[in-house]
Design a protein. Structure first.
Length: 131
């Protein structure tokens, strides 16, 4: 199985959302049939049924933020103070300060323990902005 980079996941097949099914046998016992569901790595939104491509060859869940309508990929030039960046492994942090250099590179939260550097040609995933 090949790993699809999470930023290309929107090109993948649409997920189904199979509801749980409850049946009652002749003795009156309930039996529940369910399909495992998958949530976004970035915001936790339910995205539908789990698919084979959700698990890599080592048994780890793949990153599927690219399928999520809530998570947004943007360039460093569009980052704003107050945006919440999501990363993998899951570590969300709020942008409290930004420093941009002459090349368009961005240092987030300079001088703090959650400082991060993003090159101008990279993109990052942010949580939805609230009005």
């Amino acid at each position: 199985m090949t790993n699809t980079p999470w930023w290309n996941c929107r090109q993948a097949a649409t997920r189904t959302f199979t509801p749980d099914e409850v049946t009652v046998d002749e003795r009156g016992h309930e039996h529940r049939s369910l399909v495992l569901k998958r949530a976004c790595n970035g915001c936790g939104a339910s995205l539908g049924d789990t698919m084979d491509r959700d698990v890599d060859r080592h048994g780890n869940l793949t990153d599927i933020r690219g399928e999520c309508d809530n998570c947004t990929r943007i360039s460093p030039a569009d980052l704003q103070v107050g945006d919440v960046i999501t990363s993998d492994p899951r570590r969300d942090f709020t942008i409290r300060a930004l420093d941009r250099d002459e090349f368009g590179d961005v240092t987030i939260n300079p001088g703090t323990s959650d400082k991060a550097f993003i090159h101008a040609d990279q993109t990052v995933t942010i949580r939805p902005r609230h009005a």
